[in-house]
Design a protein around this ligand. Structure first.
Ligand code: SF4
Length: 518
């Protein structure tokens, strides 16, 4: 922790988490764990549970049983085959054979046992991965263009910038006590493939004329985020060359650390500070530390592809293809994960990627092997020829495991979306996304049709799970969130309710009109 930085927020009334973080840094959980796991879980004081987050752990409900949801951090969503093997192994040995893919290119498990944590972490570190900072009030997994380095639609390769930022923050005690989580997105894809506007900080492709040369780099957006009160990020008038991305990310994080709000956790994200200051004042603060930054150049963003990389496509390298495999509801068994890993092992180049939409990407398939790969039996169950409705939505953990959920998600979403896919055929992807509460983890607010789990009551006042619908989200242009419709539906009513929206859109939209436009 930097000496003296507390002074800037010492006059705030601090919430309980903040007071606890002053007594012990979140990253110290790794020092505590070897002794902690020798005790029965029942002896762990629930006030300690917030520290588990810094190790990528959330106590799973019922919170007395000593099992965790565990998330592994994967910068840019890229892993080797050896790492993939270990991810499958953990799922098989500890996670009841199940692996969930997240909307930040990471993986997570349930049923991780308290007593085994030290060994599990040692195994993860041994293959070059970590859970450190996968949750908690810290820099979260950095999202990148899923296809960086192989993408015909990128301005330049962003992998080095992502790793520069990762190493700047990872395990860094200067930035381990933030007001809340801090999310960074980096992409030079011209279709906004890393969902820039919903991140605390986003780097988007830009070119700048300097003298007689045109330089490629980034614009910067700040203050986006979903959650209960979603905000779209605002643009700063800054141009950042790729080799200075980590410097700019660090300065913005420092401003957040020092001036962010620590009184109420529901108002602690950077978006609230940016909304209060405005982009201009925020930029002035950035320039106090980095006065030599150029003003922004010409944005190269010309659309939005939802960060999706489904299907079989040419890479920018001649003779090679990537295969984007749909993982329904983002949930896959360890056995199937291993079968997909085998495709990368046998046909690719020791590399697997995860996109922002809970899917599995296998790059570097040689053209002369493509037909053989497409015929593999695993792709009969995991589509590489995506259904434009069934394969484009996301869903979060929901009531099955999440302590905050109002309703079940994955078990409701999969049959729902398959039914909708049987009823409709569209000529462009339609994004139907479901979350289990207003926290918006699966990005419900930017979906064409968003479904949110809510508490509902039957006519005789019994509590039941219900679902509300919102329509018209998109990150095209500056972006806009979908808008809620009236009514709450039971899971049995959902297929007909969503179908009526889809039918209306099918019958009335013109050309490229989105759900927002028509
Ligand atoms: Fe849990 Fe709500 Fe996030 Fe879903 S959106 S994972 S229910 S907190």
């Amino acid at each position: 922790m930097s000496a003296g930085y507390i002074a800037t927020w010492a006059d705030q009334k601090l919430n309980g988490n903040e007071i606890a973080k002053l007594k012990e840094d979140g990253l110290d959980v790794f020092k505590d764990l070897p002794e902690l796991v020798k005790k029965p879980f029942s002896e762990i004081d629930p006030s300690y549970f917030m520290y588990f987050k810094y190790a990528g752990l959330t106590v799973q409900k019922p919170q007395t049983d000593g099992y965790f949801m565990m998330r592994i951090k994967i910068p840019g969503g890229r892993i080797t085959v050896k790492q993939a093997d270990h991810i499958a192994w953990i799922g098989e040995h500890y996670g009841h054979g199940v692996i969930d893919l997240t909307t930040r290119q990471a993986v997570q498990y349930h049923w991780i046992p308290f007593a085994e944590l030290v060994d599990i972490f040692a195994g993860i570190e041994n293959v070059g991965l970590t859970t450190k900072g996968a949750e908690g009030d810290i820099t979260r997994n950095i999202v990148d263009n899923t296809l960086s380095g192989i993408d015909p639609d990128e301005l330049f390769d962003t992998r080095q910038a992502v790793m520069d930022v990762y190493h700047r923050f990872q395990g860094n005690y200067d930035y381990s006590n933030l007001p809340r989580k801090f999310k960074i997105s980096i992409s030079s894809n011209v279709y906004n493939s890393a969902d820039a506007q919903i991140n605390d900080v986003a780097f988007t492709p830009d070119t700048k004329r300097i003298g007689r040369h045109t330089i490629q780099g980034f614009n910067v957006l700040v203050g986006g985020g979903l959650g209960m009160k979603p905000y779209l990020a605002q643009q700063l008038n800054i141009f950042v060359p790729p080799n200075r991305v980590a410097d700019v990310a660090e300065v913005i994080c420092r401003i957040y650390r020092d001036y962010g709000y620590r009184r109420s956790r529901s108002k602690a994200r950077l978006k609230f500070l940016v909304a209060d200051w405005g982009a201009e004042q925020f930029e002035d603060k950035v320039r106090e530390s980095l006065p030599d930054l150029q003003t922004k150049g010409r944005s190269k963003v010309k659309g939005w592809n939802s960060g999706n990389a489904l299907g079989v496509h040419r890479q920018k390298q001649d003779g090679y293809y990537y295969v984007g495999v749909s993982v329904p509801s983002g949930r896959i068994s360890s056995d199937d994960f291993r079968a997909l890993t085998d495709v990368a092992r046998n046909y690719g180049r020791d590399e697997i990627r995860f996109d922002h939409c809970q899917n599995f990407i296998i790059p570097w398939i040689p053209e002369d092997k493509l037909a053989e790969v497409e015929a593999l039996p695993i792709f009969e169950r995991f589509s590489i020829h995506p259904h434009l409705l069934a394969d484009y939505g996301n869903t979060c953990t929901g009531a099955e495991y999440c302590n905050l959920a109002n309703a079940h998600t994955k078990t409701v979403f999969k049959p729902l979306i398959e039914e909708l896919d049987r009823r409709f055929a569209f000529d462009r992807p339609i994004n139907v996304t479901m979350t289990g509460c207003g926290s918006n983890c699966a990005h419900r607010s930017i979906a064409d049709i968003g479904i949110e789990g809510v508490h509902a009551r039957t006519p005789d006042r019994q509590h039941v799970e219900g679902y509300k619908l919102s329509v018209g989200g998109s990150l095209l242009g500056e972006g806009h969130f979908n808008e809620p419709l009236k009514g709450v539906f039971s899971k049995e009513q959902l297929a007909d309710a969503v179908s009526s929206i889809l039918a209306d859109y099918r019958d009335h939209h013109e050309g490229d009109e989105t759900f927002y436009d028509y």
